[in-house]
Design a binder for this molecule. Structure first.
Ligand SMILES: Cc1ncc(COP(=O)(O)O)c(C=O)c1O
Length: 386
């Protein structure tokens, strides 16, 4: 079925099972009676992610990503770290993109050694580098569908094939694309992680994560999660399930607004560069068109002119009336941030320069407001800078 239908009906129960309630009820209790003869695996307890509300949410997440199983986690970072800990053992090697989300990158940089993992960072678009970096001990290749903040699209079909040929687990953070724009399991990936804090929930009021894949792999992640304790709280889970029902509608609106705003910005003389994969000028445009059903709501830009650095980027942000200055993303409202001051502030300036994250770079999470209002807002802010 179409993803708009899956978002509404996936994982839902017949109302007759819930006293006629069409909307799945919130089970917030922590204690559930144990039936006669039940074993440890039958225990219903929130940390074990086994309450009726959690199981319902897992079914909905699995339906949306087209996986056999899913587990919700207390944050996106809990999804990522728990998955890596479930798949890797001391002495194992992993390949990871050199342009990862800052939290994932910091986790690997600061803690891979503690777990006895060796990690090599590779370019998203240079398969020859992966081949060179691969070892007999390589067990996982960790990628993101669309990178932050330059919105590069890795060679995802090649990553999945590379891993399948070598028996390496391919794990993808699909936060920026969502299953509306890219379906990693259908493309051959083994495990999908999400920061559900972003588009999956979509209303900037929940911190959550999700892991989706086969029964076997999600089972391993869930066992690890039981021990680490990063299960999702009942209230956050109920809000997330509600947000998921409008995922396809929201992402369609983000796609349309971001495409149109990117085109407008690229044509404005105050803007030197717009990074958005739908634009033919984007370095990954040709393969992104084949991979993605939509290009998402994230874009970034640099202003034109000699002094287009930190101060001018801040002036632009200050003049926008419809965009809040905040480092998060994926909500209905338009958000802007300077990655050099937020997500990538922890990196030394020379490392940021190598990644192309200059002080003047502005990242935009394009919301679902009316396009004409967004364009008018950006026009007035940019025109006043000229
Ligand atoms: C791509 C990506 N993955 C993971 C995360 C971490 O998610 P959370 O903040 O829910 O832990 C983020 C957060 O910004 C993100 O942008």
């Amino acid at each position: 079925m179409d993803i708009r239908t899956v978002a509404v009906h996936g994982g839902e129960r017949p109302p007759g099972e819930n006293n006629g309630s069409v909307v799945f009820p919130l089970y917030h209790g922590t204690i559930y009676e144990v039936p006669e003869g039940a074993g440890y695996h039958d225990i219903v307890y929130p940390r074990l992610s086994s309450t009726p509300s959690q199981v319902y949410l897992h079914d909905k997440l699995a339906a949306l990503e087209g996986g056999e199983a899913a587990v919700a986690t207390a944050s996106g970072m809990a999804a990522i770290t728990t998955s890596l800990m479930a798949l890797l053992k001391p002495g194992d090697h992993l390949l990871a993109l050199n342009a990862l989300y800052g939290g994932t990158y910091d986790f690997l940089r600061e803690h891979a050694d503690d777990f006895g993992w060796e990690c090599t960072y590779v370019s998203p678009t240079e398969p020859a580098e992966w081949e060179q970096a691969c070892r007999d001990t390589t067990r996982v290749f960790f990628v993101e569908t669309i990178t932050n903040p330059l919105v590069r699209v890795p060679r995802l079909a090649e990553v999945a094939a590379f891993c399948q040929e070598r028996g390496i687990r391919s794990v993808i953070d699909n936060t920026f694309a969502t299953p509306v724009n890219f379906r990693p399991l259908e493309a051959g990936f083994d495990l999908v992680c999400h920061s559900a804090t972003k588009y999956l929930n979509g209303h900037s009021d929940v911190v959550a994560g999700a892991v989706v894949g086969s029964d076997e792999l999600v089972g391993r992640v869930r066992k690890q999660l039981n021990h680490l304790g990063g299960s999702l709280d009942a209230y956050a889970g109920a809000l997330l399930a509600r947000g998921l029902k409008t995922l396809a509608l929201r992402v369609a609106a983000h796609n349309a607004n971001a495409s149109a705003l990117a085109t407008f910005l690229a044509g404005h003389r105050g803007v030197a560069e717009v990074n958005y994969p739908a634009l033919p000028s984007h370095p990954d445009h040709d393969h992104a068109v084949k991979l993605l059903s939509g290009f998402g709501g994230m874009l970034s830009l640099r202003l034109s002119g000699e002094e287009a650095g930190d101060a001018r980027a801040r002036q632009l942000i200050g003049r926008l009336r419809l965009a809040a200055n905040t480092p998060s993303l994926g909500g209905v409202e338009t958000l802007v941030t300077q990655p050099a001051r937020s997500s990538h502030a922890g990196l030394p300036p020379e490392d940021r320069a190598v990644l192309g994250i200059t002080e003047g770079l502005v990242r935009v999470s394009v919301g679902v407001e009316a396009l004409e209002d967004l364009v008018a807002d950006w026009a007035q802010a940019l025109d006043r800078l000229l």
